[in-house]
Design a protein around this ligand. Structure first.
Ligand SMILES: Cc1cc2nc3c(=O)[nH]c(=O)nc-3n(C[C@H](O)[C@H](O)[C@H](O)COP(=O)(O)O)c2cc1C
Length: 207
């Protein structure tokens, strides 16, 4: 028997739990606030999320299915990303409830919406970092055969950045002190960034 377990995802993984998102993990969380065309507020976490460019700064997240967040962004072109931290973990989790579009997850999760500087979508007051974003692309993802999936990748340009001053130490953003949480695999695994998990390594110069 080989020392490598091999499977082709199209044929099934054959394991008690799909290892895919436990392997590509922990993932940062896109905790996204939006506003519906009707004005209703919405907040939900997305862990198929990351940053993709410096200039202009671009971030993106994938909606598996056409969820309220995607629909709101299609309607308004705007969203706000909020950093999910350990003290906010339970509120972040509460905001993922599959609530009807008219339910405001800020209220549901006991969070305070605060007016943004540039976009009409509020940020989460309790979160120490928020990015105000304007949508740049919405892409329906395809498999290798070109077959369309039921997943939409939303990319947005970060047009405004809010950082709690306590996380700026001598002007340097303190990732290790942020207590950011990340999503692991399985139904419930999360990781918290702590100072003891930090190590440093400079890029090699060549030649
Ligand atoms: C930590 C976490 C990460 C999640 N990541 C995703 C994701 O990447 N894509 C997705 O479609 N749903 C994801 N979900 C589920 C959505 O948050 C959930 O479907 C939510 O109800 C969507 O809200 P909305 O309809 O208001 O946009 C995640 C849930 C949690 C708790």
């Amino acid at each position: 028997m080989s020392d490598r377990y091999f499977y082709e995802p199209a044929q099934g993984h054959g394991l008690p739990h799909d290892p895919f998102n436990a392997i590509v993990g922990p993932r940062p969380i896109g905790w996204i606030s939006t506003r519906a065309a009707s004005g209703n507020l919405n907040l939900a976490p997305y862990s198929f999320f990351n940053a993709f460019n410096y200039t202009p700064p671009l971030i993106g997240f994938a909606s598996i299915g056409r969820k309220d967040t995607l629909r709101n962004i299609e309607a308004t072109g705007e969203f706000v990303w909020n950093l999910a931290t350990r003290p906010l973990a339970e509120a972040m989790n509460a905001s993922c409830a599959a609530a009807p579009p008219d339910i405001d997850e800020f209220q549901l999760a006991g969070l305070t919406p605060v007016t943004s500087n540039i976009v009409a979508v509020p940020r989460v007051a309790e979160s120490p970092v928020s990015f105000e974003c304007k949508v740049s692309q919405i892409i329906r993802l395809q498999g290798a055969s070109g077959a369309e999936t039921n997943t939409w990748l939303t990319i947005g340009e970060v047009v405004g950045v809010h950082i709690a001053r306590e996380l700026l130490r001598d002007g340097i953003y303190d990732t290790a002190g942020s207590r950011a949480i990340l999503r692991g695999g399985g139904p419930a695994d999360y990781f918290e960034i702590t100072p003891d998990s930090l190590f440093q390594m400079k890029r090699p110069s060549y030649p």
